[in-house]
Design a protein around this ligand. Sequence first.
Ligand SMILES: [Zn+2]
Length: 354
Amino acid sequence: MQVDILDHLPAGLLEHPAHHLARHLNGPTLIHLPGRRPEPLFVSVIQHGNEISGWDAVRRLLAGRYGRDPLPRSLALFIGNVEAAAERKRRLDGQPDMNRCWPGSHDAATPWHAELARITEHIRRLKPFASIDIHNNTGENPHYSAVNAIEPERLNLASRFSRTVIFFTEPAGVQSMAFGKFCPAVTLECGQPGKRGGTDHAMAYLENVLNMDGLSQRYPNPEDLDLFQVTTTVQVDSDCSFSFGESDAELVLDAHIDRLNFTEVPPGTAMARHNRADRSLLVAIDTDGHDCTRDWFRIEDGRVVLRRPAMPAMLSTHAEVVRQDCLCYLMERMRIRRPAPYADRHVELPEARP
Ligand SMILES: [Zn+2]
């Protein structure tokens, strides 16, 4: 794998949908476009080949107003996995996941790791203004932004896209974590690919950020964002029978449990009907890989009941996904204290687990 670096947009490139890009580019490509302010905005699209909102947003932005007017700020546009995009897949069989191959990855070094490390160093030297990596996801999820560190500039950048901001530190090797070492970096999740709303939202946001002079170094006001941390993965016990919707399985989940995605759920909420007495069939694992089921669930009258408030994400009702991966992630609310003068780096972290 090699990333081409260009100093212009290939003629006609903006006319092509994501699945045609492989006909016009050799592979992953970084394109530098000059603007009035020299420190570039780095924008990454199609790291996952079927997540096309970012490319569609960039196409419309550059073909529209900035087809006539100069860019207010230089743009470094990274177009990722065009081979997978041609097949409308996240990645091809045999390819690594591109967004796990940036510096900081725990995986074995591949040619992709080396090449993306080269690109990271190339951009670092240009002193980028900020970095925005654009994705889509499956299921009914709102648009949201994500950060890998709790810092004022990142939170200000993130909260301009969405009120909901997610803080995560796993998995390693993601682009935003690598670039976050030298500039404010965010990831955007623009809902399901191919929906106009996700493209519109990403385009308006990019235009907004391109026109910014700078980012405030003060924390946003606590009332201006909802900050959540992914703390827990919920799995279904591998030895039990389970179903979505009524059955005589040992664990019976609601057929529409994915409606709880991005909803704050209070303690006492029943997560499933539970027909086993010996142990909990929902298993909670913390970010260190430790079993924390007892912190999260208790069995009450044949139901699994939540012990503490949480916001589920990525809840799936596909039994195969649940078996192979997990039922969902649980996020917990983080609070930023209103900054006191001279002491605005204090952040209140979630309470320690009992
Ligand atoms: Zn993605």
